[in-house]
Design a protein around this ligand. Sequence first.
Ligand code: 76R
Length: 249
Amino acid sequence: MAEAVETMDGWYCLHDFRSIDWIQWKQATPEERKEAIADLTTILTEFETVEANKDGSHAFYQIVGQKADIMFMLLRPTMNELGDFETKLSKSKIGDYLIPAYSYVSVVELSKYRPYPEDVNPEELPEVKERLQPILPKWEHVCFYPMDKRRGDQHNWYDTDFKERAKLLYEHSLTGRKYSGKVKQIICGSFGFDDWEWGVTLFAHDVVQLKKIVYEMRFDDASSLFAEFGEFLVGNILTKDSVQAYLEI
Ligand code: 76R
């Protein structure tokens, strides 16, 4: 039996993808649309307050392609707060025009493949805390996809020796580091929470860097031998100030 790795788990994470019901939206009165936009603006302002108090973080993007129109990504200390957000959105006026498209529930995760000295509790280290409770970058582009590690007859991650997995992930991290400053990754574990094992969120200033990192990583043994991927969603940032122009008819 291969040894499991211990994980450090941080803020809970909801990726909430919605399609806009454009027909209903266009049929609404200017007053109804104004109220709905005001509700959305209030929600985004509340996000900012939570983030300023370091009680969570958020990202808000327009999704390109027909899988969804917008994505809310929310990080919160408890799963309950994620549920509360969904309910609040459904009850809000903007909620009347938002059709659920896809969602993903997970928790920010770091694995302990690298040993820490025995007298150190890594979860207390500021640099680890910062990564478990990250303030999400407000970069121009986002990419989200869920993934599994393979459990095949030939290549089975969960039957691979701990040291070998640590080596494969170290090599993987070297590819990742080449994108320092260009791509920021948030890895969330979703064992027991959702249909895949991890949710990967990547942020980039230049959208083509998302393609480049995902392509280059396909050649890392950690991915080429062991990774299975779900659907990819990609998008462009929406700010509180751009919401009006985005929704205006
Ligand atoms: O946590 C660390 O920074 C240490 C090194 C590291 C680990 C342990 C690391 C670095 N990753 C780790 C674990 Mn990663 N990562 C992905 C994807 O598309 C693909 O092929 C895979 C999706 C990307 C793009 C990415 C980026 N990583 C993991 C794990 C958990 C495995 C487990 O625990 O069993 C997954 C699923 C995963 C997937 N990774 C990095 C990056 C980048 C950019 C880095 C470098 C970070 C830096 O040094 O700044």
